[in-house]
Design a protein around this ligand. Structure first.
Ligand code: ATP
Ligand code: MG
Length: 382
């Protein structure tokens, strides 16, 4: 084997090991092998179930390339079945030969084998009889094992990506189901309200508004998942928005669902604009507010504020509830950490943290057991 050929084969090995996609691998393998072996036409077919489907070719007419070959059928099929290379010096005398290219006189068929599994077949052809030498057989076999290893690595890589994506979808799904509970609760309350006789027109409008908001929210949460599945990212829909709209909505929601002994106070400067994803910021505030209410089983005050502070905007949600022990202070942000609640899932704060950080904002907590807790979000103004 000449040095030049060896160098090319080595180069191909290195290139393939770093290749990301099946297409990249097959294209480069075809180019280099053509250069090294000097054949007239070639085709790479890959195994799909019981069939071999063409994936890459040079010098083959489309109809010939499109032909599906069953495993065991013809020379290619036999190489796939046995996992052994086949060298045919004169195709006119070989009954297994299936004509693809008109002038094909000799053929070298090498299976792409990885870990004793045949992934496909590399089929090189020449217009001359007895074109391929024993050295060519060795050369193509070396190339074939490099191609097979690269194909398998690319497949594994893709599988890994898919499973990573799926597990993120799983995590997103649980966070979304978590927040859908809020809206379903709201829908139940609305439906109870509507059943009351003599409901004033004004209140009917308000309830219908609440129903609309909750169903929009559920729809939006579901869209988040589809968005992620389609694109691999969850996109913030950032727009300059009035902060007081988010604070009002959350205060309204909490007022309509709170126990009678909980007072809700809202102090919001009404001309603050922030670049934010309105729906997601509402999720943050809802989770914080709900935790605040849940921390006050004997009643108390939930205070929601939104104010400017220099160049920043500071949002706070505080309660006069049970507080958080020093030991739990760091754990509250962990997914699935829940303490002191019968039905807590422990996802609320993890969702809060992720959304706040996606916005490039900061969240802090201070708490005194027995006195209450205050969450403070610092955002830079739009
Ligand atoms: N305002 C608060 N006052 C006291 N404890 C709090 C407060 N906010 C959060 N915590 C503590 O942090 C834990 C984690 O909160 P997180 O919202 O993540 O989960 P959860 O409220 O237990 O369950 P979920 O929100 O899924 O219903 C809570 O169980 C609670 O012990
Ligand atoms: Mg919670």
């Amino acid at each position: 084997m000449t040095n030049d050929k060896l160098q090319k084969v080595n180069f191909l090995g290195q290139y393939l090991a770093a290749s990301r996609s099946e297409n990249q691998i097959l294209e480069m393998a075809m180019l280099i092998s053509h250069d090294v072996l000097g054949y007239d036409h070639a085709i790479i077919r890959l195994v799909h179930g019981e069939e071999l489907l063409s994936r890459q070719w040079i010098g083959f007419p489309r109809e010939a390339a499109d032909r599906v070959i069953r495993i065991g059928e013809g020379i290619t099929g036999e190489a796939a079945k046995t996992g052994k290379s086949i060298l045919v010096e004169d195709t006119t005398t070989d009954p297994r030969f299936i004509k693809g290219v008109e002038n094909c006189r000799s053929e070298l068929c090498v299976p792409l084998v990885y870990n004793e599994r045949t992934l496909g077949v590399f089929n090189a052809e020449s217009d001359q009889t007895a074109f391929f030498t024993q050295q060519d057989v060795q050369l193509l076999e070396t190339l074939a094992s490099q191609i097979a290893a690269a194909l398998e690595t690319a497949r594994l890589r893709e599988e890994l990506l898919r499973s990573e994506k799926l597990s993120t979808v799983g995590r997103m799904a649980s966070s979304i189901l978590h927040d859908i509970r809020n809206d379903i609760h709201q829908l139940n309350i609305s439906s109870d309200l509507l059943k009351k006789d003599g409901l004033k027109a004004e209140l009917t409008l308000k309830v219908s508004d609440m129903i609309r908001k909750s169903s929009d929210n559920i729809y939006g949460l579901i869209e988040d998942i589809f968005d992620f599945v389609r694109t691999g990212h969850s996109h913030l829909a950032l727009k300059p928005q009035h902060l007081c709209l988010a604070l009002d909505a959350v205060a309204e929601h909490i007022k309509s669902t709170r126990p009678a002994n909980v007072e809700v106070i809202l102090e919001a400067e009404d001309d603050i604009e922030l670049s934010m994803d309105m729906r997601r910021v509402r999720r943050v505030l809802m989770n914080l507010a709900r935790n605040g209410v849940e921390a006050m089983p004997d009643g108390g005050t939930l205070r929601i504020t939104g104010k400017r502070s220099g160049a920043d905007v500071v949002i706070s949600i505080s309660d006069t509830g049970v507080g958080i022990t020093r030991e739990n202070m760091l754990k509250i942000w962990e997914p699935l950490f829940t303490y002191g609640k019968a039905n807590g899932t422990g996802l609320g704060m993890a969702i809060v943290k992720a959304i706040v950080e996606d916005h490039g904002w900061k969240i802090d907590v201070s708490s005194e057991p027995g006195k209450g807790t205050k969450f403070t979000i610092t955002a830079s103004a739009a």
